[in-house]
Design a binder for this molecule. Structure first.
Ligand SMILES: Nc1ncnc2c1ncn2[C@@H]1O[C@H](COP(=O)(O)OP(=O)(O)OP(=O)(O)O)[C@@H](O)[C@H]1O
Length: 256
């Protein structure tokens, strides 16, 4: 099955503009970041090819969010050195949806979008995330999963070349997570941004990513390419083997 064969009809109906094609790689060289005298990123170098879906896992406090925030250029209270090259058109998705409570779903998606067809694009992307007909809903009338879909739509409406996602599904219940994984995969197939997904969830990384990185004490200690085809079944032997390998890298003993 081709990668595009998984896109559902709604998602496939949306053809992102040509600029959506991620044509600039991510290139990080010898990145060091410290808060005060605490070194959080310790000489990290990484290349991510355009369109690649990379998951970053690691223990709490290992430096994952600091790395993502460095790529998003979000921290100004941090010291450091090294170089970062990322596409200019990038979007960031956080664990909380960060929707404006006084704006409806559509306005949250299109806020700041200065295109003459902003409304039309907003509706189309809301349709892609399965929220057709909910354009005028207020955030507090949407479930957690729906709010996160609006946030996803807000990220995708600008056709980002790079999507930086920091535990975006961490607060969702298990069933909603499974559904949104499926949706995320289909949307990425259509929109084709380069993705860096920070997650605590090894299974989430293995279900979605082309490549899984493990960070430990500010260093990348594993860089694993996942070649098994999608959809990946958690019950398969390959999945089990990969999961155990990553859990071992995280220092988690696996009992069989
Ligand atoms: N603004 C800050 N000021 C001081 N220390 C910070 C700041 N941000 C992060 N740190 C420290 O840097 C270290 C790495 O934090 P970071 O959030 O990057 O880890 P993480 O791997 O994303 O953790 P988690 O999985 O728990 O979110 C932690 O020890 C944290 O306390």
């Amino acid at each position: 099955m081709t990668r595009h064969a998984h896109a559902n009809d709604q998602a496939a109906a949306y053809q992102p503009p040509a600029t959506a094609a991620a044509d600039r790689p991510v290139r990080v060289r010898n990145l060091v970041r410290a808060f005060g005298d605490k070194r959080v990123l310790d000489i990290v170098s990484l290349d991510i090819a355009p369109g690649e879906f990379v998951a970053l896992i690691g223990k709490s406090g290992s430096g994952k969010s600091t790395f993502l925030r460095a790529l998003a250029d979000l921290d100004d209270d941090v010291q450091g050195s090294g170089s970062i090259q990322v596409p200019e058109n990038r979007a960031v998705l956080f664990q909380d949806s960060r929707l404006l409570p006084w704006e409806n779903a559509l306005n949250n998606v299109t806020l700041g979008l200065r295109a003459t067809d902003a409304g039309q694009r907003g509706r189309r992307v809301l349709n892609d995330v399965g929220l057709a007909g909910r354009e005028h809903a207020w955030p507090n009338a949407l479930s957690g999963g729906e709010q996160q879909r609006v946030a996803l739509a807000r990220s995708l409406v600008r056709s980002p070349q790079l999507l930086l996602a920091d535990e975006p599904f961490g607060a969702l219940d298990a069933l909603t997570r499974i559904k949104i994984h499926d949706l995320m995969f289909k949307l990425v197939e259509v929109h084709r941004p380069t993705v860096l997904l920070v997650t605590h969830d090894v299974d989430e990384a293995l279900v979605l990513a082309d490549r899984v990185l493990v960070m430990d004490q500010g260093r990348l200690i594993v860089d694993k390419r996942i070649s098994s085809p999608h959809p990946r079944h958690k019950s398969s032997d390959t999945f089990d083997t990969l999961r155990n390998e990553l859990l071992a890298a995280l220092g988690v003993a696996v009992s069989v």
